[in-house]
Design a protein. Structure first.
Length: 434
């Protein structure tokens, strides 16, 4: 048994050559992957790489934004526990915290809210673009397209190394996401677009742009307005998830933030990621009743189905966001009436938390399991659900984008590969091919 040493390093012995290497251990249990490259058999070898498909054990960056402890179900934005933020903050207050690193003072928050409020309009050309989509075009496809096209209205956004310019684009994107989302909803229903109203709060303005009919002011229930604010807080960031990684990778080539955010939204769209909230609703609707659950669960165990809204790469305990959303659901249903799908969801959860198949795989409800039931009860169509995820996550994506741009250790993202293709071979004229 080797004696516990005091050196903060790994001693690696390559048994192919008998050579030993000392690799320094950095802060915590981290080594620089590039330190493996010195391990070679022959001098002109490329050197040792680490192989990590889907980056399950690879830190791609240092970050100070969000901390997650997946075993303990801990989630903190800039050190503040998500439970306290959901309870006591507003979404824009949390967006400021995520973007700037500190909770805003009253004057900082007032000025941020004013900045966002005054940038909620989009160019009239965008309203023409909305009309060009089919009536049944998926909301995510529409918003991704419109976010990308925003880059053509702000060519100066390419000045990514200018801090003032970055902040201007960040404010524009945080401000315009709800407008673009509302425009897709109105387009689907053949309703005239509703323009932003500056007297309303961020979420109240969003609900007004969605549901206002005629000239009558749309007064959303304060309960629903607060519930949406809480849902936005819970979705604002989640460290190096798939879409945030996409944002960082695209941004690393110095692409403008609108193009990078469109790419991040495209990653979020997938049913294994932010598209899961839509997939959960379709799954619950397909199950149809509590009596059909046992048959569905058998299908999951036979791997014919996936229990959407369950499981997580990091959380091996209950996703803390799911607990808060579940509590928020009760408040929403006080106003909207109970969503019958909740009974199916609760029974699915009860079974999944009691059966070995799910326990062995650490499958707990994640952020997407209960959110869709609330959105449906609030009147959102199911194809809007991933868009409702993207609106608040814009703050997280942009905070990570700016952290990457200003990180001296970062360069253009360019991973290696383990080549498995054919060895060199000569071209074969088509007449000789079989
Ligand atoms: C989000 O990363 C983030 O932080 C994301 C997110 C954020 O805020 O940005 O938290 C938001 O994307 C939440 C996750 C939403 N997705 C879903 O709810 C879709 C259903 N869940 C999964 O497909 C899955 O759990 C993932 C994608 C979330 C995680 O996948 P992993 O870590 O790659 O796990 P895996 O697919 O390798 O599964 C491990 C085992 C497998 O079984 P075995 O092959 O070992 O027998 O668990 C099984 C999987 O079959 N499994 C599931 C399951 N999830 C995993 N089986 C049934 N239902 C599921 N949901």
């Amino acid at each position: 048994m080797a004696t516990a040493g005091t050196k903060n390093s790994l001693s690696i012995r390559d048994n192919r050559t008998g050579r030993e290497y000392e690799v320094p251990i950095l802060d915590g249990d981290v080594i620089n992957a590039i330190d493996l490259r010195q391990i070679k058999v022959n001098e002109d070898d490329f050197g040792m790489m680490s192989y990590d498909p889907a980056f399950s054990n690879t830190a791609s960056t240092r970050s100070a934004i969000t901390y997650i402890d997946g075993d303990k179900g801990i989630l903190r934005y800039r050190g503040y526990p998500i439970e306290q933020l959901a309870e006591r903050a507003s979404h824009l207050e949390v967006a400021y915290l995520i973007l700037k690193g500190e909770l805003p003072t009253k004057s900082q928050l007032d000025s941020f809210v004013e900045d966002v409020t005054f940038h909620t309009y989009v160019h009239e050309n965008i309203t023409e673009q909305v009309k060009g989509f089919r009536y049944d075009a998926h909301a995510m496809g529409m918003v991704i397209s419109m976010v990308a096209s925003l880059s053509t209205f702000y060519p100066d956004a390419k000045e990514v190394d200018d801090a003032k310019n970055r902040w201007q684009q960040i404010v524009r994107l945080v401000a315009k996401m709800p407008t673009l989302a509302a425009y897709t909803y109105r387009h689907h229903r053949g309703l005239p677009l509703v323009y932003p109203e500056n007297e309303l709060s961020y979420t109240a303005n969003f609900l007004s742009m969605l549901f206002k009919i005629g000239t009558k002011e749309h007064k959303p229930s304060p309960v629903l307005e607060r519930a949406l604010d809480i849902l936005f807080i819970l979705h604002a960031d989640h460290e190096q998830n798939c879409s945030t990684t996409a944002m960082r990778v695209i941004g690393s080539s110095r692409s403008d933030p609108y193009s990078a955010l469109a790419g991040a939204m495209a990653a979020l769209y997938g049913p294994l990621h932010g598209g899961a909230n839509e997939a959960v609703l379709r799954m619950l609707t397909r199950i149809g009743s509590v009596s059909n659950i046992p048959k569905f669960i058998e299908g999951v165990k036979r791997k014919e189905e996936r229990l959407m809204g369950f499981g997580h790469r990091i959380y091996k305990a209950y996703d803390p966001r799911a607990s808060i959303i579940k509590r928020t659901a009760d408040e929403v249903f006080e106003v909207t009436g109970r969503n019958p799908l909740l009974d199916i969801a609760l029974e699915l959860e009860r079974i999944a938390l009691s059966e070995d198949y799910f326990i062995e795989r650490n499958l707990y409800p994640n952020v997407d399991f209960y959110s869709g039931i609330i959105y449906q009860s609030m009147g959102f169509p199911v194809e809007m659900f991933p868009v409702l995820f993207a609106i608040p996550r814009a703050a997280g994506w942009l905070a990570h984008w700016e952290e990457m741009i200003t990180d001296k250790e970062q360069r253009i993202a360019r991973p290696l590969q383990v080549f498995t293709g054919p060895a060199v071979r000569d071209f074969v004229p088509i007449s000789d091919r079989r």
